[in-house]
Design a protein around this ligand. Sequence first.
Ligand SMILES: [Zn+2]
Length: 366
Amino acid sequence: MDHTHFFAASYTQARAKFIHAVQSVNGALTSYPHPDQKGPNGELLSIDVAHVGDVAAEKQLILISGTHGLEGYAGSAAQIAWLTLGSAAKLPAGVGVLLIHGLNPYGFAHFSRTTENNVDLNRNFVDHDQAHPANPDYDQLHPHLKAEDWGWEFLDAMAAAETHYRSEHGADALFNARVKGQYNHPDGLFYGGQAREWSNLTLQRIIEEHLAPARQIALIDWHTGLGQYGEPFFLCFSPDHSAEYQQAVAWWGEHRISNARPHGLSRPNYSGLVFHGVSRFIGDRPLVGAVIEFGTREIAMNKVQPLDQWLRFRAPRNTEGFDLLQLDLRDAYVPFSQEWRIGALRQSVEITEQAVVGLATRNDRP
Ligand SMILES: [Zn+2]
């Protein structure tokens, strides 16, 4: 089996491979075209949703790719690999799987982690009618994370500012300030927005249209960039030791769910996650699940994150330099290494199967 069967080089190719894989298992497809955004060459952008197995069953597993745009090249491959190699065509009775492909299709197509509004979709699921969570430490760091010119002078200055911050507040506080989410700098990193993104609104619509009969719902939101190179890294957001948390432990193992420390640091106090949004959209029905990452450059991701906004807002386009830096950004999130890709595929199919079996054999009532 060749990994190029599952990975794609463009959003449009990923979408075509996904649709083909869904058709090969006779899944039901629904597309949610983006109303006003296109790909870099004018291509259609849409969130594509496949429902396989018993679509009216009480037990439903949601698999999401592309919450963070360009990370979707890995999440899409995980979805296509499960459709092709997993139990999609022979699901146990009473279980359905809802695959949401390219939740942030703009970022997916344009090789950016963020949406058409530079919003980090995984910080956007807050109540925008309330005051947004404050992040004064990010406010302080922001000027050092925004490249006016890309080069090692910028990287050195950012590293110096971070060393200074770390010496005063510690490495955990630096990581938290950087990534937990901020709502004041629309051109910054991990910006959660001022209103619900189209992808946020559409996710609610998808869940309402497909999961009305569901009573037990599970979620895997595929990501990349956290954890050890090539290894899965789990972030479970169910309250510690709740029934949902215990289910995640039973499916995937205590060692993966408990005390997960990204890059050896304390877990940031994230706001506005997709996990929070899905929990709200399904109301009082329990949600078992996790954000599952595949590690890439580990803590050195800090150095590449501002490249996304540099390429979006300030880099001269149509130059060789732009192309080279964009390849670096893509490789940082979804390494071109086939060893990495084959390992991620194998593990993602196994992890998805663990959730399917866990959900199928779960017999507690909500
Ligand atoms: Zn991500």
